[in-house]
Design a protein around this ligand. Structure first.
Ligand code: 8OZ
Length: 370
């Protein structure tokens, strides 16, 4: 029987346990540059089998919120190097989540105040977060996007490829996770609610999946498939995204991914950070995993959303290999030890989730200190 607390290979890495820290946006990187405080935060959590970084913009165009980190400038890469050095210094392993927000952005966050880009010129009914020069922040509606020209898409693929290379070489990450979830650019291309294109990147399922698959092939070729994962969210309503037939869509996606030799597929079950069942959006995750295995995939199957120890153990019994925990890792830096000991978990302070400094970030104590 599989245990959460046993070592498991991931690509060429050996993870000490099956517990993964999910990517968590914390908005503490002014000018998109990772800080020493971020290095401390990740290093505190290095006992996880694997850490996945918060979503990190591959380009300025891929940026959609104030104070989220990037991966396209020297200072950003140097900042990340401090983070990965600190994690490795504590014996941990960390992947970088590669992010292009697509339409979930605002003209004030875009290069030269331009419109954000998307598969189609459809505004997402969602909000982003902006800060003013005085440091005060507010939620604002996302801007109307412009549809990417088909001739721009090879450039987007290149942007992912270059970011992957820089993540691994300059920034010292052990690998990368492509953010294909939560209503951001690649998910916008996948799903009918955001993609009304009439070219080779819209319409049929193979067409809508084309950009994600091109990105995955490019990134895998660039840094080696064993260092690459992908995050998917078949039915999340996050950022106003919807698809008319997610089971068929994601069946196609995972079958096509199966041949690439990826380290893992990471699936958000249900509504991101919310209920595991979404009304009106049924989904069979076991069938999805089976489709991936039937197509010959050897990588790890990582599940996420609302897990506790009991649910995680049941998921391992049912065929998952890794379980990603999000919010519990924010308030429990020693989550692995607490799960092992069946110790109570500290509650999260919602007021300090996004933005700010050490409070609600690096000041959650470990059990023996508490
Ligand atoms: C919370 C706030 C802002 C962004 C995601 C990157 O949902 C995010 C995100 C989460 O994937």
């Amino acid at each position: 029987m599989k245990s959460l607390f046993e070592p498991v290979p991931l690509g060429k890495l050996q993870l000490p346990n099956r517990i993964v820290m999910a990517p968590l946006t914390r908005n503490r990187a002014p000018e998109a540059i990772p800080t020493p405080l971020m290095a401390q935060y990740y290093a505190q959590r290095a006992a996880a089998g694997l850490l996945i970084s918060e979503a990190t913009a591959i380009t300025h165009q891929g940026q959609g919120y104030a104070d989220v980190p990037g991966l396209y400038g020297t200072e950003q890469l140097d900042g990340w190097r401090r983070v990965t050095d600190a994690v490795h210094g504590q014996g941990g392993r960390i992947f970088c989540q590669l992010w292009h927000v697509g339409r979930v952005s605002h003209v004030d966050l875009q290069p030269h105040g331009q419109k954000p880009v998307a598969p189609s010129a459809i505004t997402a009914k969602t909000k982003t977060w902006l800060t003013k020069a005085d440091g005060s922040g507010s939620f604002v509606a996302t801007s109307e996007p412009r549809a990417l020209d088909v001739g721009e898409l090879p450039g987007i693929v290149q942007d992912f490829r270059h970011a992957a290379r820089h993540a691994v070489t300059s920034a010292g990450f052990d690998g990368v996770e492509v953010h294909g979830a939560n209503g951001y650019l690649l998910d916008q291309f996948l799903k009918t609610g955001a993609n009304q294109r009439r070219d080779d990147y819209g319409g049929s399922i193979p067409n809508r999946a084309r950009l994600l698959l091109e990105v995955m092939r490019a990134v895998a070729e660039e840094v080696g498939a064993e260092r690459v994962g992908v995050r998917l969210s078949p039915v999340t309503p996050a950022n106003d995204i919807v698809d008319e037939n997610p089971q068929a869509l994601f069946d196609h996606v995972v079958r096509e991914l199966a041949g690439l030799g990826l380290a893992y597929v990471h699936v958000i079950e249900g509504a991101t950070g919310g209920p595991r069942e979404v009304e009106g959006r049924p989904f069979d995750y076991g069938a999805l995993r089976q489709a991936w295995r039937d197509a010959g995939a050897k990588g790890a199957w990582m599940v996420n959303n609302g897990y506790d120890r009991r649910l995680a153990e049941r998921a391992l019994e049912q065929g998952a290999d890794l379980v990603a925990f999000g919010r519990p890792f924010i308030s429990n830096p020693d989550l692995v030890e607490r799960l092992r000991a069946n110790a109570p978990l500290a509650a999260i302070d919602k007021a300090t989730l996004y933005g700010g400094g050490a409070k609600g970030y690096t000041d959650y104590p470990a059990l023996q200190q508490g």
